[in-house]
Design a protein around this ligand. Sequence first.
Ligand code: NDP
Length: 322
Amino acid sequence: MFRAIVVTRPSDAPASATLETDVTDAALGEGDVEIDVEYSSINYKDGMALTGRPGVIKAESLIAGIDLVGVVRATGERVIVNGFGLGENHPGGLSERARVKSEWLVPLPDGLSARRAAAIGTAGFTAMLSVLALEKSLSPAVGGEVLVTGASGGVGSIAIALLAKLGYSLTASTGRAAQHDYLRSLGATTVIDRAELDEPGRPMQSQRWAGAVDSVGSHTLANVLAQAHYGATVTACGLAQGADLPATVMPFILRGVSLVGINSVYCPLPLRTEAWRRLTRDLDLDLLDSLTTSVGLEGAIGAAHAIMDGSVRGRTVVDMQN
Ligand code: NDP
């Protein structure tokens, strides 16, 4: 028997999450690899799942957790798993044990500890995918300001740390005045109030951004597109403000702006491996430590409520030994 966070969705009551201490192998999914999980993390999706919101867990009862880092029982190899439905339709990583498919495994890169890999997690992996997309059309040498929205969150914090180390000039957009110093410590040169971006705006506005990493969606993304330079790339991975996009085609047809969607779940293995290689090379691991907090499995549900309240800064690791 082992411990895991299990989400149940009865047909006649709201979904709820509980820490169960007597979970058996029967709750693990199909797969050819057994893993002793060392770390998981709390992402926005985990926040949704553990607070009973619909749209993430697609089963009546499922072990939650979209990230895991652990040791393969048969070989002793340390591996990272995220995506492919982990914690959505396949039992997840908020558990001392997991069973997954071998094709989902990414070997833990040399030079990266298991805890730091979990601190990066899906949010940091998605930040790296966003940076890789941006790099295709914008190099730091070209200059111009890159905007990161949802800046104090997991995707935003790691995107800022990565882009700053790569030499981009960065503006962070946040709703939290208390986090301005934190965002500067990660490498943002300018910090703006997200209120500048989150209301309905004109379809075309003054050109401000040579590129942007957006995890917020809705009016924020629409305004970012309207303020993008000629030829700019804007990446979209999230919906913290909303899943709508109240924009026009004008930035695309008048300024050649590119909007690139980022999906971490079904990211193909070669890109997945490249993203983890680049994270290991380009992320300042001391900065990563400074934006990470740890909880035990007992603290995971509380941390999930905190991420939905918007009170979490950076990343939260779940340490199974804690
Ligand atoms: P976090 O909760 O850590 O960060 C989200 C941030 O968005 C908050 O910290 C806040 O930043 C900002 N925010 C929250 N509410 C609003 C609002 N109403 N209006 C404007 N800004 C808001 O989440 P993550 O960073 O883990 O994830 C961010 C988004 O990216 C989520 O929607 C998530 O589902 C998505 N995502 C998508 C992935 C993919 O594969 N496409 C993978 C990973 C995440 P601040 O306080 O600084 O304003």
